[in-house]
Design a protein around this ligand. Structure first.
Ligand SMILES: O=C([O-])CC(=O)C(=O)O
Ligand SMILES: [Mg+2]
Length: 562
């Protein structure tokens, strides 16, 4: 706390201060500061508060019609005055989150080269692989605590976006700050430019990345290895979040690095944690347990299988055996239900495949067991979509599910909005308002007759800011499964529906600071119990969380003596 009140000593003066987004205050520089730092005449006469600046910026923002233009406008404020950017977002979090993050960030990635304005974060290109350490040293951030990296190969459900993927690390880190209180000075977005296989980008004269097909195999693995060890050397305590890697790389990279570095994969583990948290809340509200549900997934990639494994672990912790837990989970991908007789299953899919024998009474289901066969015969109570394929939850699928289950839980989680498996409006219409729906992208409330249904956003954004805050609070050396499970339970405890029996499944974004701090506390405690952080008292953890929680307020500046 005291830290924020202390002045910051700056070693330089003049216009350079107005060009440094972490330091710039624009018209909020005081008269004394303007004199000391040679800023007189560089700004209009008026001296404004951050609130006055924020209201002007909001009025300007409101004049843009399209979401992408709003995004560009906000990114420009972020690149010129970060404190103002975060104050503005804090004042309008519910309105602006879909603009700086999903779904608009998806369009921002697709149009990245077209809309490019100025530098942010680091691009590490394969042709520069000999100089990774130098590149890290070129960063404008010196005390980095959280890094989000992507190689842009699977951006949301939009596929390979090459370096356009940079929008994602920038957006995720904006949420680390606005939802999890991590100072922007401690965050660094990184894009590994290993080429692109997106022909449209390769053919686009505007494309700003390395114009080359993606490198793969050993070359790719060595490049990532060099990057990881260079980061470790430069910022040994930094948390590294893997984001939007293609399925073929996501799980192998996680397996390779999770016990070696402080890192996690947000799409696999963050999405799993928020989904388990949301399911726990839904079960508690319904007076049931997760281990009593039968769950069908559409999409058996690394994200789907990651959620499924987290569900199995939670079910076991409720007292059922592993095999009983696995028998309750049905993974469906484009070839149908995963069965253990299928050739070519990926290692992480094998453990989640059902015994082929179970379908013998599923009249005529045969080899390729379709989603509707699974719904008809396995009678799931929970349906989760992580397919990236819009429209897979058809009217037939949802209505058949509803025949066997009075209050189906349906989570179409694919992002952005254009990839959703079914809209909340349709799911609620097809179930006469009986389904409990949560989506990956934000949706407006659904009105059906005289009832209004709020739609929870089951997005990893509820989880990763709190994980980062918890990791930083106790300087955790790893992100363990127990820490992730603790984050799910802490989130479920914040559910208004679970707590009060009514209201939203997930807390509103207005409460996100409180939620992130609760998650951070649970994560920090689990880190200590797992032996990956030094033991400190609960009181000390709470103090550490408060102390590291950054607020968008200007600090006073003094000059260092020369
Ligand atoms: O970014 C989001 O909204 C959630 C996410 O990680 C993804 O869809 O890849
Ligand atoms: Mg992602």
């Amino acid at each position: 706390m005291g830290d924020k009140k202390r002045p910051l000593y700056l070693p330089y003066a003049g216009p350079a201060i107005l060009e440094a987004p972490l330091i710039n205050k624009g018209t909020a520089f005081t008269e004394e500061e303007r004199i000391f730092f040679n800023l007189e005449g560089l700004l209009p006469q008026v001296i404004e508060t951050i609130e006055e600046q924020a209201s002007r910026a909001y009025a300007q923002y409101s004049r843009f019609d399209s979401d992408v233009n709003k995004h560009i406008f906000l990114r420009n404020i972020q690149d010129t005055n970060e404190t103002l950017f975060y104050r503005l977002v804090q004042n309008h979090i519910t309105e602006m989150m879909p603009i700086i993050y999903t779904p608009t960030v998806g369009s921002a990635c697709e149009q990245f080269s077209k809309n490019y304005r100025r530098n942010r974060g680091l691009f590490i290109s394969y042709p520069n692989r000999e100089r990774i350490s130098d590149i890290l040293n070129n960063s404008t951030r010196h005390k980095v605590k959280v890094i989000v990296i992507t190689d842009g190969e699977r951006i949301l459900g939009l596929g390979d976006q090459g370096i356009g993927g940079m929008g994602i690390p920038i957006g995720k880190l904006a949420l680390y700050t606005s939802c999890g209180g991590i100072s922007p000075a401690h965050t660094l977005p990184i894009t590994l430019d290993v080429g692109t296989d997106n022909q449209q980008l390769l053919d686009d004269p505007m494309y700003m990345g390395w114009r080359h097909p993606r490198i793969a195999g050993d070359e790719y693995a060595e490049f990532i290895e060099d990057f990881m060890s260079a980061v470790k050397e430069r910022w040994p305590e930094a948390l590294i979040q893997f984001e939007d890697f293609a399925q073929k790389n996501a799980m192998p990279l996680l397996e390779r690095y999770k016990d070696k570095y402080c890192c996690f994969n947000d799409d696999i583990q963050g999405t799993a944690a928020v989904t388990v948290g949301s399911l726990l809340a839904a079960c508690k509200a319904a007076g049931t347990k997760l281990s009593e549900q039968r769950i069908t997934f559409v999409g058996a990639g690394s994200a789907g299988c990651g959620i499924a494994e987290a569900i199995v672990a939670q079910m076991e912790s409720e007292g059922i055996s592993e095999s009983e837990a696995r028998s309750r989970v049905f993974m469906v991908d484009r070839w149908g239900l995963l069965l253990d007789s299928m050739p070519n299953l990926l290692p992480f899919q094998q453990k989640l495949a059902q015994h082929t024998g179970i379908t013998k009474d599923w009249n005529g289901a045969g080899e390729n067991v379709s989603l509707i066969d699974v719904i008809t015969h396995a009678k799931p109570t929970v349906l989760i979509g992580v397919s990236g394929a819009p429209g897979l939850f058809t009217e037939d699928v949802i209505k058949t599910m509803h025949q066997h289950c009075e209050r189906p839980i349906v989570f179409p989680l694919s992002n952005p909005t254009s990839r959703v498996e079914a809209t909340p409006q349709n799911i609620l219409k097809w179930t006469n308002g009986q389904a409990l729906v949560a989506t990956g992208s934000p949706f407006k409330p659904v009105v059906l007759g005289d009832k209004t249904f709020e739609i929870a956003q089951c997005n990893n954004s509820y989880i990763f800011p709190g994980i980062g805050l918890g990791v930083i609070a106790v300087k955790s050396k790893r992100v363990t499964d127990a820490m992730l499970m603790a984050s799910s339970r802490a989130l479920a405890e914040c559910s208004p529906l679970a707590q009060e029996g009514e209201g939203q499944l997930l807390p509103s974004l207005e409460k996100i600071h409180e939620v992130s701090k609760k998650i951070a506390f649970a994560v920090a405690k689990a880190a200590i119990e797992d032996g990956v952080a030094r033991p400190i008292t609960d009181e000390h953890i709470l103090r550490s969380i408060e102390k590291s929680f950054w607020q968008p307020e200007y600090r006073s500046y003094k000059r260092t003596s020369f």
